[in-house]
Design a protein around this ligand. Structure first.
Ligand SMILES: [Fe+2]
Length: 286
């Protein structure tokens, strides 16, 4: 039985928790996220009018200085601690906000569309080398989206117009169990994987700098340390938190550099549909 979570980044229990969706309204004052300065950028045009960079101001401003920030801007700020954040919005709103913020849409498959509709499929229907080709409608393991790319997306945004009974699992590299930070062992930085990407295959580690890259569907361990990495991430799955798609119109922003995610088994929900957009951040936002 999975236990509810406090959803505090420093207080993750040793079992999967339930992450509620935060209301979008009035966040700039109520939930501890940075106060956003209305004077910094016009909400509708996105044009800079002076003030603080990226619209992020110091705490303590009055409500007269607080504009309603763009939805993605709020979620990105909220994600800085634990690596993901959820809110309400539409796919169109995500695309518009991203464009106004200067984020670049990137496909997670070469030559593919930037918006993907994710549906549970059997291995025979799945894209070659995809997780669905290996796991079908069953539970998928923790992974990075676009791990086969030289530069995987910085941010992945998932939206669901309706609801889904299949949660998305999330695990942050600085995940804590009780008061103890788990962190990443050294072998995660040193194990060598062959990243299978057709003619563009290359070698890489599962963590380089502050960026993680891991997908057992396209990364083949080449040495003993890489095999330790595979085992390590398999074991970390039990510490993942869960996002439940229990309200229509939810948006889940995932920092694809610091968080691994997974889909629980969708064998019971063949009609599940999630829209996915992936981005590279502009220099200021990253
Ligand atoms: Fe994914």
């Amino acid at each position: 039985m999975r236990q509810p979570s406090t959803n505090s980044p420093g207080n993750t229990p040793p079992s999967r928790g339930v992450m509620p969706t935060l209301p979008r309204s009035e966040r700039c004052h109520d939930d501890g996220s940075p106060t956003l300065d209305v004077s910094a950028r016009d909400h509708d045009s996105g044009s800079a009018r002076g003030g603080s960079r990226n619209g992020v101001a110091h705490r303590g401003r009055t409500s007269r200085n607080c504009r309603m920030p763009r939805m993605l801007e709020v979620l990105l700020n909220e994600s800085r601690g634990r690596g993901w954040a959820a809110g309400q919005g539409t796919l169109g709103q995500v695309k518009l906000d991203a464009a106004m913020l200067g984020w670049t849409e990137v496909p997670t498959r070469r030559g593919g569309p930037t918006v993907s509709t994710l549906r549970p499929v059997d291995p025979a229907e799945a894209e070659p080398n995809s997780l669905s080709a290996r796991y079908g409608r069953g539970a998928q393991p923790l992974h990075t989206d676009g791990a086969h790319l030289p530069h995987p997306p910085d941010i992945v945004v998932l939206t669901c117009e309706t609801t889904s009974t299949t949660p998305t699992r999330l695990w942050h590299r600085n995940n804590r169990v009780g008061r103890r930070a788990q962190g990443l062992p050294e072998f995660v930085r040193h194990g060598v994987f062959l990243i299978s990407s057709g003619n563009d295959s290359f070698f890489a580690a599962a963590c380089e700098g502050r960026r993680m890259r891991y997908d057992p569907g396209c990364m083949l361990p080449c040495d003993a340390r890489a095999r330790q990495v595979v085992q390590f991430f398999e074991e970390r799955e039990r510490f993942a938190e869960e996002h439940h798609w229990n309200e229509s119109g939810q948006v889940l922003l995932i920092d694809n550099r610091r968080v691994l995610h997974a889909r629980a088994s969708a064998a019971h929900e063949p009609q599940r549909e999630i829209q996915r957009l992936s981005f590279h951040l502009n220099h200021e936002a990253s």
